[in-house]
Ligand binder design. Structure first.
Ligand code: FAD
Length: 362
């Protein structure tokens, strides 16, 4: 079976990895380079604590299990270290509404995880005195992990190629369909036959689908991040509040962000976003003001209206899709790639993924 994958972000590269592990030699097509979009610029935060009553709980569990497997695989680590680190995170309550919203979650997690607890402002300042007095407390979680998102996708591609997968730099213009079935694709001006095609093209997935009359409400949501040079003590713990966060990554820089901008496919950095991010962070970490900005990045998350990913078959035989993980794509990406691969190969998925079917939008 000849399998083509469109897109070498976290989803496409992990799908290539799992298909290769199952003994296939997929061809990965990528228009701009491995993880040159969201998968290469994401913060790489992997939060294991998901509400056990949520629809995607089992998907998150699988995702975390796969990350743990990759993390402990010494062959992969020698090939390219994706820099997994375990650390704690404090989810700050910066207003009364947030404080109240944590209460039911704490109740749920009290029964499922011993590593989560409520901290009052003094306890948080004992951990890091740079947190301002304005916070009302926070939820302390021990099992948080971070990864170098760029290196993780690069690792998946590298490992796949070691097993015989092919990587082609080129933009797929069309998916070729005959009598309701995939027959191939058009790339760099030539046509190539395929039995199966997996679209993992992030927010651009819609463009390829539309050409085959499949319209889904997937959209790009721009996010910007600043990397700052920390001249003070290391931040040992990560912090998040609302849609923002501050964490010191393995590169030594403080990564702070982020924005949520619905501006189509524009992915330029803006000074407006820079000011917004700095203002939001300075409110709770006043010392940040004096730090030098080393880098500002912007990229596009693939988002669905119900914030759930899209995984599986389309209404064209042989055409599959894996995308739509929004703000959680680095965490969920390997699970989406893994499940899409198993679906293509008719293997047992181990969980019900009907909630993630593209049919919910058709
Ligand atoms: C600021 C920011 C911070 C984030 N932080 C986190 C985080 O901490 N934790 C987390 O879990 N997630 C995070 N995310 C989300 C995560 O980055 C994304 O959900 C994830 O990277 C999406 O991966 P993907 O493979 O679906 O898409 P992409 O990374 O966009 O990859 C799709 C690839 O397909 C290629 N492509 C598109 N069309 C074609 C074509 N026609 N032919 C060939 N190639 C094509 C593109 O060039 C691209 O490389 C963050 C996102 C942003 C924006």
């Amino acid at each position: 079976m000849k399998i083509g994958i469109i897109g070498a972000g976290i989803v496409g590269s992990s799908a290539a990895y799992y298909l290769s592990k199952f003994g296939y030699k997929p061809v990965i097509f990528e228009k701009d380079g491995v993880a040159t979009h969201a998968s290469g610029f994401a913060q790489g935060g992997l939060n294991p604590n998901v509400n056990p009553f949520s629809i995607d709980f089992k998907l998150h569990k699988l995702a975390f299990k796969l990350h743990e497997e990759i993390k402990s695989d010494s062959y992969l680590k020698n090939l390219l270290n994706p820099e997994y680190v375990k650390k704690s995170i404090i989810l700050l309550a910066t207003n009364r509404k947030e404080q109240l919203s944590f209460k039911p979650l704490l109740k749920i997690f009290k029964n499922t995880s011993s590593s989560i607890k409520w901290l009052n402002p003094n306890e948080i300042q004992d951990i890091d005195p740079r947190v301002s007095n304005e916070i009302l407390g926070g939820v302390y979680c021990e099992d948080y992990m971070e990864v170098n998102a760029l290196k993780l996708s690069e690792l998946f591609v590298k490992a796949s190629r070691e097993m015989g997968a092919e990587y082609v730099l080129g933009e797929v213009d069309n998916i070729l369909v005959k009598n309701g079935s995939v027959v191939g694709l058009e790339v760099n001006g030539y046509k190539e036959n395929f039995d199966v095609i997996l679209i993992c093209s992030g927010p651009w997935s819609t463009l390829l689908l539309e050409k085959n009359h499949i319209n889904i409400p997937l959209f790009p949501l721009k996010g910007q991040i600043l990397r700052l040079k920390n001249t003070g003590l290391d931040f040992k713990v990560a912090f998040s509040w609302g849609k923002d966060y501050l964490t010191q990554k393995e590169d030594g820089f403080l990564w702070v962000g982020t924005t949520e901008e619905k501006v189509g496919f524009d992915h330029e950095i803006t000074s407006k976003a820079k000011e917004l991010i700095l203002n939001n962070v300075e409110k709770f970490f006043p010392e940040i003001k004096s730090l030098k900005i080393i880098k500002q990045t912007a990229c596009l998350r693939p988002v669905t209206p119900d914030n759930l990913p899209i995984i599986g078959k389309t209404n064209i035989s042989g055409l599959y899709i894996g995308t739509g993980a929004g703000r959680k794509g680095i965490k969920l990406g390997p699970a989406i790639g893994n499940l899409a691969s198993k679906m293509i190969l008719n293997k047992d998925l181990g969980l019900d993924i009907s909630h993630f079917s593209i049919n919910r939008f058709l």
